[in-house]
Design a protein around this ligand. Structure first.
Ligand SMILES: [Zn+2]
Length: 122
């Protein structure tokens, strides 16, 4: 079985209500990218990453302590984001990163998340 077959097997976890709620809570609690933050950059996080790969393990998958907020470039690969950061990490006279400062922090959106309903619940 290839890695992608394996990944397809647990992709359903990302469509559960519990995950949507967890993801939302994570992004609201930590709206900035964790890896960019380490470099002193304030970048809106759009991806919730599992610090320890869950490989389909639901305990790891749903563990809030195993989550971190990341921007897409950081999530898509350390190498790729390293390159992006290096490129973006020239500072101007005031110490602001030259390119990143022009980027507006996008409002948080949760595409695919179930619509909030007043009251109700299971
Ligand atoms: Zn980042």
């Amino acid at each position: 079985m290839s890695r992608s077959d394996k990944a397809r097997e647990y992709r359903y976890l990302y469509r559960t209500k519990a995950w949507y709620a967890l993801r939302k809570r994570q992004l609201l609690g930590s709206p900035l990218c964790n890896m960019c933050n380490d470099l002193g950059l304030a970048v809106a996080a759009t991806v919730v990453d599992h610090t320890k790969p869950h490989k389909g393990d639901e305990t790891l998958f749903y563990d809030p302590a195993n989550l971190q907020s990341l921007c897409k470039p950081c999530h898509d690969g350390p190498k790729q984001s390293d390159e992006i950061l290096r490129e973006n990490f020239e500072l101007d006279d005031e110490g602001w990163p030259l390119r990143r400062r022009r980027k507006k922090v996008a409002p948080l959106k949760f595409p695919g998340a179930p619509k909030q309903r007043a009251g109700g619940g299971p």
